[in-house]
Design a protein around this ligand. Structure first.
Ligand code: SF4
Length: 293
């Protein structure tokens, strides 16, 4: 872990990453890609120690409130968060200034902050996105070694939902030849049915690989599934989107399963929903266009 006095904490799109680098260890991890220019060992997490103070300054000076997006480049609930509580301090500011929140995590540590999440969702929109890509605990421990167990993620989402937080399951990544079978997807859908989230994110059955993330992925594949990297190389070469041969059959199955149960699956609508600010106390809603303007 390296502490850093950062200059900014919010991106122009209102994304926030208090931590850079990540210790969850997902074998398929886009933030490892070279294009993001992370210098050094990805597991050696850089901590923006002045992040909460910077966030408060930014929120205080904003002309309009909006959604703050957290967790796109690193899980915000790193183990070190237990002690540092930087995310918790940020949630305090988000709540105090009446902003909305969309947070993605694979950690059940998020439940420590249930009080703030509940308070944020009473004033504005509070969304928690949690990935699920298998129902098998043993496989999950290989694919996402330091993430919360599958059962714990399901229970965490159920608890968040009961507290009034909007829950979204991000289904994937589904790695071709590994967890892209019909049976695997059906098992994940059963978990989704148990949670009954607001929506499910899933663009396709497959995964994304590019320079930097591909090398790490291949190394991990060969460790856990000997010979698999060669199979990937032959099937996908340097393609960014590695789409499963089951994609065409399984996507309609997912769509009809979710639609029948009233779970939002329109990917465009979900993305717009996560970015659209809503003031629940005044009923004010800002569209994406208004936020960007
Ligand atoms: S939680 Fe995200 S950033 Fe961390 S290892 Fe997994 S995919 Fe990468």
């Amino acid at each position: 872990m390296r502490e850093k006095e950062a200059k900014t904490v919010l991106t122009p799109q209102n994304g926030m990453n208090i931590y850079r680098g990540c210790t969850v260890g997902c074998i398929c991890c886009d933030p490892r890609s070279k294009c993001y220019r992370f210098a050094g060992d990805f597991e050696d997490v850089e901590v923006k120690i002045n992040g909460p103070a910077l966030l408060e300054k930014s929120l205080n000076s904003k002309r309009r409130r909006c959604m703050i997006g957290v967790g796109s480049m690193s899980d915000p609930y790193q183990p070190v968060e237990k002690e540092l509580q930087l995310m918790r301090k940020c949630l305090h500011h988000i709540h105090y200034y009446g902003f909305g929140l969309a947070v993605e995590t694979r950690s059940d540590l998020i439940l420590r902050d249930l009080d703030y999440l509940k308070n944020i969702s009473e004033k504005a929109k509070c969304v928690c996105i949690m990935p699920l890509n298998t129902a098998e605990e043993a496989l999950s421990a290989i694919l996402e070694p330091s993430a919360a167990s599958v059962r714990s993620r399901v229970e965490t989402l159920k608890t968040l939902k009961a507290a009034g937080v909007t829950t979204i399951v991000s289904m994937g990544p589904f790695l071709p030849f590994i967890n892209d079978s019909k049976e695997t997807i059906q098992e994940v859908l059963k978990l989704v049915e148990e949670i009954m989230p607001f929506g499910v994110l899933c663009k396709f059955i497959g995964c994304k690989l590019r320079d930097g993330s591909r090398e790490y992925f291949y190394e991990m594949l060969d460790k856990h599934f000997p010979g698999m990297s060669k199979r990937y190389d032959e099937a996908f070469g340097k393609e960014f989107d590695c789409i499963s041969e089951n994609n065409q059959e399984l996507m309609p199955m997912i769509r009809s399963f979710l639609t029948e149960r009233g779970i939002q699956f329109d990917q465009e609508r979900l993305r717009t929903f996560m970015k659209g600010f809503e003031d629940k106390l005044t009923g004010e809603q800002l569209s994406l266009e208004e936020i960007i303007a």
